[in-house]
Design a protein. Structure first.
Length: 94
């Protein structure tokens, strides 16, 4: 099985479309956790803020399609999940 960029066309449209769809699904999953698990309103608010921030970086990368924007997206994805876990922890302690 080939990795997604290996089967993509030259301009990267398919790859960045998949990135945007994955980011949207990630936001839905993190917000849905509020209704499934015992998390509070603080987590809900921070999940929305972090998710929208991550989606903003993904949109910027999708529009510019540069290596610099892809690196920023990588860094944002590495930062997103620990901050989301931290939000969950702070909400539980509060």
């Amino acid at each position: 099985m080939l990795m997604l960029p290996a089967v993509d066309d030259d301009d990267g449209r398919t790859t960045f479309r998949a990135i945007l769809i994955s980011t949207q699904l990630l936001i839905v999953a993190s917000v849905a956790l509020t209704f499934i698990a015992p998390t509070g309103p603080l987590y809900f608010l921070l999940a929305i803020i972090l998710g929208l921030s991550f989606y903003y970086v993904a949109c910027r990368a999708s529009v510019s399609r540069s290596k610099s924007a892809a690196k920023q997206l990588l860094h944002a994805s590495v930062i997103y999940l620990p901050l989301l876990y931290l939000a969950m922890l702070i909400d539980k302690i509060k």
